[in-house]
Design a protein around this ligand. Structure first.
Ligand SMILES: C[C@@](CO)(OP(=O)(O)O)[C@H](O)COP(=O)(O)OP(=O)(O)OC[C@H]1O[C@@H](n2ccc(N)nc2=O)[C@H](O)[C@@H]1O
Ligand SMILES: Nc1ncnc2c1ncn2[C@@H]1O[C@H](COP(=O)(O)OP(=O)(O)O)[C@@H](O)[C@H]1O
Length: 284
């Protein structure tokens, strides 16, 4: 039987860099909210022992695909813990809708959906906390997608405090350039000394993204997009880019600005979600 599972995107409603650890990773305070918009995945489990991907993602070899890596990592752990046999297998399909490398977390979300779906379909019985731990080794944003609630993330993204930001409507725009995460984190001019604040202080202060100045300086298209959107609504970079988002109180207001976007902008409208689509399906 083929099972369908959602793999939603996220926004970083704010992102502050508060320091750099000895291993080079940056410590953050960032607010994650999900989008009611994302990729669609299918899972067909079998007893043929192989993990197969039905379709390739452009420029991502199978062994590097976070979907394959998540499935392999879960299977290896489950065999070691004697929770499944070597014979468990699966064929996984992906309908890629989220732009890649856009700061919308598509790869991390695919990994999280894979961990959660296979945990259920292979009857492994791991807790969400155990799956989040496994996921962190695949990417800093995997735990938030595994936990599935909007949260302030600290550390490198693994310390989560649930919060309930207003579920606004967003016009999300892609500048058709990809910004590799290290390009931002390696820039000497990046702000790395934002003050560490409490949840209450953060929720009541102006929201911004410390990566935005570097993304605007190094990628002209990001700068142009933001200049255009800021004429209509408060707008920011998500994650390390390259996508930016403008926020609105209603769907109608977001769609009105969508009708005005010039042809060079790739955009979509989506609503913020406190609980991810994946977790809404889990609780049905
Ligand atoms: C900063 C965020 C916020 O959401 O940016 P986006 O990827 O969403 O744009 C993410 O946590 C990113 O997560 P992810 O893209 O999975 O990063 P990883 O693969 O773990 O790291 C890629 C590289 O970025 C740098 N890196 C990443 C995260 C971090 N907190 N500090 C860093 O310095 C490291 O050099 C690392 O080798
Ligand atoms: N299943 C996947 N979906 C998207 N990207 C993937 C996947 N597996 C590996 N990647 C790699 O991860 C990179 C970051 O992808 P993505 O998560 O979409 O962006 P971001 O971290 O900026 O939100 C991609 O450029 C790609 O090389």
């Amino acid at each position: 039987m083929i099972e369908r599972w959602p793999s939603p995107g996220k926004l970083n409603l704010f992102l502050f860099i508060t320091g750099q650890r000895d291993d080079g990773y940056h410590s953050l305070q960032t607010l994650f909210q999900f989008l009611d918009y994302g990729d669609e995945m299918t899972f067909a489990v079998d007893q043929h022992a192989h993990i197969r991907l039905l379709n390739e993602i452009e420029n991502v070899p199978c062994e590097e695909n976070l979907i394959y890596r998540a499935a392999q990592c879960l299977k290896t752990q489950a065999i070691a813990d004697k929770r499944c046999e070597e014979t468990v297998g699966v064929t996984i399909g992906i309908n890629k809708i989220l732009p890649m490398g856009g700061g919308l977390g598509g790869g991390s979300s695919n990994a999280a959906t894979t961990l959660i779906a296979l945990n259920q379909l292979w009857h492994l019985n791991y807790s969400l906390a155990q799956l989040a731990d496994l996921g962190l080794a695949l990417g800093a944003d995997v735990p938030i997608f595994v936990q599935g609630y909007a949260a302030l993330a600290e550390g490198i993204g693994e310390q989560l405090t649930p919060v309930q930001p207003v579920e606004k409507w967003y016009l999300v725009a892609h500048p058709n350039v990809s910004i590799p995460t290290p390009v931002i984190f390696n820039d000497p001019e990046l702000t790395r000394n934002s003050p560490v604040r409490t949840v209450e202080q953060l929720m009541h202060s102006p929201w911004s993204n410390d990566c935005e100045a570097i993304a605007r300086k190094r990628f002209r298209k990001v700068d142009e997009l933001l200049n255009w959107l800021l004429e209509y609504a408060p707008s920011r970079l998500t994650g390390t880019g390259a996508c930016v988002f403008a926020e609105f109180d209603s769907e109608a207001a977001a769609r009105q600005v969508l009708t005005l976007t010039p042809p060079w902008m790739t955009c979509f409208v989506a609503k913020g979600a406190t609980i991810s689509l994946l977790h809404r399906q889990l609780s049905e």
